[in-house]
Write a new protein. Structure first.
Lengths: 358, 295
């Protein structure tokens, strides 16, 4: 077990708490760096999906996990990012610029969606974002001159600073680079006053307000940042798929992002990444499992939703802290060995916390 | 003018369906303060049960209708007992995620049941294709399906009104929805009441499914119509039973009119535009209560 002796206030806010973390994260990064050389193209491609979903999930995590606002329309921000990128790419903007601009457009949309959040909360907000998601989906399908409508829109090949991104490997490095940037950015955000304000709002709006936090301002910032990160994910998604159509950004996509958060563990960046990895892995696993399952089951189109539903219900019932919570428990078990006891992570039960009262 | 009335009539029928599903949302929201995202899927299950009742078991339509309602009542209660009760006292978000999971499960499992599958089924109803015309042959023409929807909804509403006003269980439900803890102290078995509320809500949405079946057919994804019942519930003020119905009617009528008078595409998002306007103007809905927490 490691004991940290704090001798400086900076130690409370450092990105890496101790040397061990630097070592392990360095090792992880090195492993991820060599992975595309060792793995077949197909798996590299799946890893790229994990990075993109992780970015989108981190975006949603800012809102749901850290600020405590629900969004059922996050696919709309993905769509904004993706279509902005597609449009700008078509008009010959360099990638760095168009990516920034995609994030900006998504972020501004986020501010617009966040407006109701200043007046309504809880379930009403969820429904406002849901409504917005549907309107964007329909809008994308109708704005045929920009988005290509239901027929879809193809995207040309990508070039970053003169380097053509023409292989899975290169796109892998690009998306990994963006993911690392986003993770570092969000970690920094969380130790800044803004991030602390988010968490305060999540834990109690009334006490946050009493501490002088301007709710309207910080909620708007949370929506904008969350949407901007989702927009970045959308832009990468556009280049990954090379073909966009409105049915990639439906209500179910928004729900999928939420499921990723719940599976990974709400309230931490690890959760978003674990959840994304698990989600992609499960989909791959279902595809693989179809080969050795009896055909009567494997042929079922309902197999995938059934498995998703089971996993989601099981996680909420049995591991509400998600994969990250499970990892924490395992780690604590070994750290405290042999003093780990069962009730250490038990959920507190309250009778009913009413959200109907403001 | 006649055309306008015609549209209003079919809008009201559609709105009754939204209203019934919204009613299911509202009942559960009032009692347990969570939103059941599987409401539409419960409706779909109700439709399929009706299908099995009439086709496989050969029951007369109305008997199958009643049987499906009773079956869904018990299904809802079982669902509450098995999945929702362990989560009592958890944040609303957790419960919402579970109901989303239940929705996925329901949609997936239904396609695996041999007689149900992924196909679209026709529920044979005795009143199929009947029409009633008011004011002579060139007067207002109402299809029997729409009349049945409106009539059954009205009956159901009267029944619920009587239940909540004049029975012990109904009053206990009201008490629970106002303050669980106080209700518990008064000797009301809050958990059992919650179970009953889930059953009731499932039965109501099954009713909506059976009424809708002659119009849209029965298939695994028919539950997505439930997403349009959210706006209905919000417009009426989440937590108000008459509000749910009025909200449903508003959404139904607006949607039908938008489908006819506005360019293509507006029909599908009319409900959402209405709800956004409503949230901007009057966030608590038409019949919503405005409560504030005292610190």
């Amino acid at each position: 077990m490691r004991f940290l002796f704090k001798t400086h206030y900076d130690q409370d806010v450092r990105l890496f708490r101790h040397g061990g973390q630097v070592f392990w994260y360095g090792l992880l990064l090195a492993a991820l760096f060599v992975a595309p050389w060792l793995l077949p193209d197909y798996y590299v491609s799946q890893l790229v999906f994990i990075w993109i979903y992780a970015i989108a999930a981190i975006g949603l995590m800012i809102l749901v996990g850290f600020t405590g606002q629900v969004s059922l329309g996050h696919a709309a921000f993905l769509a904004m990012g993706a279509y902005t990128e597609a449009y700008l790419h078509q008009h010959g903007w360099p990638f760095a610029l168009s990516l920034t601009f995609s994030a900006l457009v998504a972020g501004i949309t986020g501010i617009i969606v966040g407006l109701p959040a200043l007046r309504v909360k809880g379930m009403y907000l969820a429904i406002a974002t849901l409504a917005f998601g549907f309107i964007v989906e329909e809008g994308v399908a109708r704005a045929e001159s920009i988005t290509g409508g239901n027929a879809g829109k193809a995207i040309g090949s990508l070039e970053v600073f003169g380097l053509p991104i023409d292989s899975e490997q290169r796109f892998y490095y690009l998306s990994l680079f963006v993911l690392v940037l986003v993770v570092i950015g969000v970690m920094n955000l969380l130790r800044s006053p803004t991030g602390r304000a988010f968490v305060a709002i999540r834990d109690s709006e009334i006490s946050a307000q009493s501490m002088g936090i301007n709710l309207a301002r910080y909620k708007t910032i949370a929506f904008a940042l969350s949407a901007a990160v989702a927009g970045i994910a959308g832009a990468l998604y556009a280049h990954k798929l090379r073909y966009l159509s409105p049915d990639q950004f439906t209500f179910l996509q928004s729900i999928e992002l939420l499921i990723i958060l719940v599976i990974g563990g709400v309230g931490s960046i690890y959760g978003a990444i674990f959840g994304a990895a698990f989600w992609i892995a499960v989909q791959q696993f279902i595809v693989l499992a179809k080969d050795w399952l009896p055909p009567a089951i494997a042929q079922q189109t309902g197999l995938q939703p059934t498995v998703f539903g089971l996993i989601l219900v099981a996680f909420v019932l049995f591991e509400p802290m998600g994969l990250y919570g499970r990892w924490l428990k395992i780690r604590t078990f070994f750290q405290l060995f042999p003093f780990y006891r069962k009730g250490l992570f038990r959920r507190q039960k309250s009778y009913m916390k009413s959200e109907r009262l403001k | 003018m006649l055309q306008f009335l015609q549209l209003i009539a079919s809008g009201i029928a559609q709105g009754c369906i939204y209203g019934l599903i919204a009613l299911g949302f509202v009942l559960i929201y009032k009692a347990t303060e969570t939103i059941n995202f599987a409401q539409g899927d419960l409706m779909m299950l109700g439709g399929f049960l009706g299908l099995t009742g009439t086709l496989a078991l050969g029951l007369p339509f109305w008997a199958a209708f009643a049987a499906a309602l009773v079956a869904m009542l018990f299904f809802g209660m079982a669902l509450e007992r098995a999945v929702l009760r362990p989560l009592l006292g958890q944040p609303a978000f957790t419960v919402v995620m579970v109901t989303i999971g239940i929705g996925y499960l329901a949609r997936g499992l239904v396609t695996m049941i041999p007689e149900w599958g992924t196909d679209t089924h026709v529920l044979p109803v005795p009143y199929k294709d009947d029409i009633v015309s008011i004011g002579g042959t060139d007067g207002l023409i109402l299809s029997m399906e729409h009349i049945v929807i409106i009539a059954v909804t009205a009956l159901l509403i009267v029944g619920l009104y009587l239940l909540f006003k004049h029975t012990k269980i109904g009053i206990a439900m009201q008490a629970t929805s106002q303050n669980q803890l106080a209700a518990f102290y008064m000797g009301i078995p809050v958990r059992r009441i919650n179970m009953l509320v889930w059953g009731l809500s499932a039965a109501i949405s099954a009713c909506a499914g059976l009424l809708l079946a002659p119009i849209t057919f029965v298939h695994a994804n028919m539950g997505f119509i439930g997403l349009k019942a959210f706006p209905a519930a919000v417009v009426g003020g989440f937590g108000s039973i008459p509000g749910a119905l009025v909200g449903g009617l508003i959404i139904g009528v607006v949607e039908t009119l938008a489908g006819f008078y506005l360019p293509e595409g507006f029909k599908d998002i009319a409900a959402y535009i209405v709800v956004l306007v409503m949230l901007a103007v009057k966030p608590n809905g038409l019949f919503g209560e405005n409560l504030r927490k005292k610190v």
